[in-house]
Write a protein that binds this ligand. Structure first.
Ligand code: UDP
Ligand code: MG
Length: 332
């Protein structure tokens, strides 16, 4: 292949991978075919998120054949959100396309995204036409989550938009400045703003393997999303507390009046136990929610690095150092 690795390519394609050995050669072939005609130069940056299969071997093989393919390998699984952050740190393109490795995101859609970018849009997101490739249960839960997010979250998410998108260098630099550990990229993409537009696409079936997201991973992700973009769960307790105290005030008045009229009334054990356990339940729940936020604050203040790289496959590392985001407000 006559390809050379450009220092600052026009486009970076960023692909987080976790146990995707079989999909890598397919994806690289489809991407190469699509990109050759439509951009001046490009690089493909794979972030291997602690895969336990032959993903790294597959990446090494494509890297040797084509120097435009880079790979960063994590020391363990850090999750897709962090893998995307790492990829953005290492991307050198004037624009970055983020996509999945399993060919569910059709590479051909990138051509339309690039057209929008050339029109001047800086945040071009793929809009999935439907979610037919997900299971019924996952679809139902996802829909609930987005409804809840729309109600509680302080950031608007375009419905149907996900990680498959093109970001202009300006947007990438903005994202690189957000070093939060509990990451919810979908929220961050909206939060940064910029001229945005959607490009519809049809979600294909996974080429090989199975979805890497278990329900427990998805639950964690949903909690991270809600808690990084909303403090409403904390505020709810203020209102519940106020309502309960208000009711207790009336209950007290009622007891005083009834004691004056009917004298003391010893029975009442059942109602006491019920109200005590009800209120303890509420208190424990509110403590739990508080704890979730405190735990997240703890994770942030420890200031650990977002990820640990164990290996970096790249041509001429020194020469092709990652672009640094301008960080004018970072003087601390
Ligand atoms: N992925 C990752 N780290 C993880 C889980 C997934 O980098 O911990 C990658 C995965 O290899 C794929 C992309 O994220 O390229 C989307 O994952 P998947 O297709 O399993 O998710 P789904 O399509 O079910 O949302
Ligand atoms: Mg997938």
């Amino acid at each position: 292949m006559a390809a050379e690795a450009p220092k600052t390519p026009e486009l970076t394609v960023l692909v987080p991978v976790f146990n995707e050995a079989e999909n890598i050669p397919l994806l690289v072939a489809r991407l190469t075919q699509t990109l050759e005609g439509c951009v001046a130069s490009y690089e493909i940056v794979f972030v291997d998120d602690g895969s336990r299969d032959a993903t790294m071997q597959a990446l090494r093989a494509v890297h040797e054949r084509d120097p435009r393919v880079d790979a960063i390998s994590f020391s363990r699984n850090f999750g897709k959100e962090v893998a995307i952050a790492a990829g953005l740190d290492h991307a050198r393109g004037d624009a970055v396309v983020i996509m999945d490795a399993d060919l569910q995101h059709p590479p051909e859609t990138i051509v339309e995204m690039i057209a929008k970018w050339r029109e001047g849009f800086e945040n071009v997101y793929g809009l999935r036409r439907d979610r037919a490739t997900d299971s019924k249960l996952r679809r139902a839960l996802t829909q609930r989550f987005y409804r809840l997010f729309a109600r509680l979250g302080e950031t608007r998410l375009p419905p149907g938009a996900g990680d498959f998108r093109l970001l202009d260098r300006k947007a990438v630099n903005a994202l690189m400045r957000m070093r939060e550990r509990a990451r919810f990229n979908k929220g961050l993409y909206s939060w940064i703003g910029f001229k945005s537009v959607g490009v519809p696409y049809d979600v294909a079936d996974r080429a090989h393997g199975e979805s890497k997201f278990t329900y427990s991973k998805l639950t964690r992700f949903a909690l991270d999303g809600l808690m990084s973009f909303s403090t409403v769960p904390l505020m709810v307790w203020t209102f519940i507390g106020m309502t309960v105290s208000f009711l207790a005030f009336f209950a007290a008045a009622y007891i005083v009046v009834s004691t004056l009229i009917n004298g003391t009334d010893v029975p009442g054990y059942a109602s006491l136990i019920v109200s005590i356990s009800f209120l303890s339940g509420i208190q424990l729940m509110s403590l739990g929610i508080l704890g979730e936020y405190v735990g997240r604050i703890f994770a942030e203040v420890k200031g650990r690095p977002l990820y640990i790289v164990s290996e970096h496959l790249s041509v001429d590392e020194g020469d092709r150092a990652p672009r640094k985001a301008a960080q004018p407000n970072d003087a601390e």
